[in-house]
Design a protein. Structure first.
Length: 164
């Protein structure tokens, strides 16, 4: 309180008047500008927040779109895989059927070829037997008919049959 005793009332009045005058001048010249700057700053921050909210909504919408597209792609991929598996099975059955048919054709052709070759061999054997029989009959007729000669003719015939 000693401090207040040293000040005079006129000094205090002068300081109060100076302070009020300073406040009045600040209010006239500075206060509106400061409030205007603060209002501009507030509006700028508000518009930026609105932009951020709009961007968040856009990102959210885009995210939902991408998720739905991913689900759609997954479903399409699953469908394509199923189709490929079914196509593979169908081709497998078709290839097996075709291979079986070709195998049957080969077996049939082989059997026919074997029958044809057997028939040819039988014909050759018949021809050979006829030749041998004619040769035996010729030698019987040409040689004298004796028991030793007949034996020799039959033995020769048997040897020729074994060779054939």
């Amino acid at each position: 309180m000693d401090f207040l005793k040293t000040l005079s009332t006129s000094e205090m009045f002068a300081q109060a008047v100076s302070f009020l005058l300073l406040l009045f001048l600040l209010r006239i010249f500075v206060w509106d500008r400061v409030l205007g700057l603060l209002d501009q700053r507030r509006e700028k921050i508000s518009s930026e927040l609105e932009k951020i909210e709009g961007a968040k909504r856009d990102i959210s919408r885009i995210k939902e779109d991408y998720e739905s597209k991913l689900e759609s792609i997954d479903e399409q991929a699953s469908a394509k895989i199923k189709e490929a598996v079914e196509e593979g099975r169908r081709l497998s059955v078709q290839i097996r059927k075709q291979a079986h048919e070709e195998a049957q054709d080969i077996i049939t052709d082989a059997r026919e070829q074997v029958k044809h070759e057997v028939s040819q061999v039988q014909d050759k054997i018949k021809d050979k037997i006829v030749d041998i029989a004619l040769g035996a009959a010729k030698s019987v007729i040409q040689e004298r008919l004796t028991e030793d000669g007949d034996r020799k003719i039959v033995e020769d015939f048997i040897k020729e049959m074994e060779e054939a």
